[in-house]
Design a protein around this ligand. Structure first.
Ligand SMILES: Cc1cc2nc3c(=O)[nH]c(=O)nc-3n(C[C@H](O)[C@H](O)[C@H](O)COP(=O)(O)OP(=O)(O)OC[C@H]3O[C@@H](n4cnc5c(N)ncnc54)[C@H](O)[C@@H]3O)c2cc1C
Length: 308
């Protein structure tokens, strides 16, 4: 394997990467998937809202996908982190954390994003379990319950109007003075949202299942579910090193065929879009796989001499 050449190397072997690998394997392409094994939803007990896999553990979906993909004998998978990419005249050389090197004609980055946890005790342990980011993924399971929102400013306003739809009762925790306009506060109040501006000290939980919000003044609120948003960055910096353009929100810019601004490099999944769902990652991966195969066909044809 070390030193082998491939038609495509996919960096990131979660939903987007495996989906592209399926399309490329079915297109008889020699493909290597390099995956460091850290998908963003790995702490979530059950994944929802993906047809045929609703309510299935995220890892089970990925393991099933990997088994399907590896039935195609031109596709290989390595548990490895890609750490550098060098371009030669007609190929790329990729090095990994374990000092392996491989060459490839095309690269697909399906590397996702890395969520950055705020410095609040208990938050990261509850992330994806009882501190939730997406009502389409996890809202139904807590419908009509007493739900908290941990946010401030415009994000708080947006989350209140959205999550109100699922909640029985809704409380906004701003963790300090509310940074909302009078109009926003008025509307939130007409939605029967209680606003709590006290500073938060910690989220008390049992194995990620939230029990209480502890305030700096020593008081506590019993809460079992919170919706919140965190910032995230590109999980992998290699697309930037290679000169791929990012949009103003920090996502890799791609065209309708998942091509980046750099010839021969494609991207798909969470690293290209704020719409983070398994179904969209899978769909973008399929598109990337077909686009890469089309380009490989074109370069194969351009190497043939034309009949006179
Ligand atoms: C807490 C949480 C819960 C979620 N719940 C749901 C849900 O219920 N339903 C739903 O539809 N969506 C859910 N999502 C969204 C969903 O998880 C993402 O949209 C999906 O995982 C995106 O797939 P992806 O393949 O683009 O990226 P990821 O799944 O994040 O995978 C990226 C992969 O790239 C690898 N990688 C990164 N850099 C390198 C490198 N240099 N070398 C090798 N490998 C690398 C990572 O290790 C990882 O395996 C959730 C997200 C979060 C954060």
């Amino acid at each position: 394997m070390q030193g082998d050449s491939f038609e495509t190397i996919i960096i990131g072997g979660s939903y987007a990467g495996l989906s592209a690998a399926l399309t490329l394997g079915r297109s008889l392409r020699k493909v290597l998937i390099l995956d460091s094994g850290k998908p963003c939803n790995r702490q979530t007990p059950l994944s929802h809202n993906f047809l045929t896999q609703d309510g299935v553990p995220p890892l089970a979906i990925a393991e099933k996908a990997k088994a399907e993909v590896l039935k195609y004998d031109t596709v290989s998978f390595l548990r490895e982190t890609a750490i550098s990419v060098h371009r030669t005249s007609d190929a790329f050389t990729i090095s990994t954390a374990h000092n392996a090197t491989f060459t490839t004609k095309k690269i697909l980055f399906a590397t996702g994003v890395r969520d950055v946890m705020p410095p609040l005790e208990g938050f990261s342990e509850c992330w994806g379990i009882s501190v939730l980011h997406c009502p389409y993924c996890h809202g139904y399971e807590v419908k009509k319950q007493s739900i908290g929102i941990l946010a401030n400013g415009n994000t708080a306003y947006e989350l209140c109007t959205l999550i109100r739809h699922w909640a029985g009762t809704l409380t906004l925790y701003t963790n300090g003075p509310a940074l909302l306009s009078n109009e926003q506060i008025e509307l939130i109040k007409t939605l029967n949202v209680t606003i709590v501006e006290k500073e938060i000290k910690a989220l008390k939980h049992e194995e990620g299942y939230l029990k209480n919000i502890i305030f700096a003044d020593g008081s506590a609120h019993s809460v079992s579910t919170i919706f919140s948003r965190v910032i995230h960055h590109q999980h992998c910096s290699l697309p930037l090193d290679l000169g791929c353009t990012l949009d103003e929100q920090g996502y890799i810019e791609v065209d309708a065929f998942q091509k980046t601004s750099v010839e021969g490099i494609f991207a798909a999944g969470d690293n290209t879009t704020p719409f983070r769902t398994v179904s969209l990652a899978v769909s973008a991966g399929t598109k990337a796989g077909a686009s890469i195969n089309k380009e490989l066909i074109s370069s194969d044809l351009s190497g043939l001499s034309h009949p006179t």
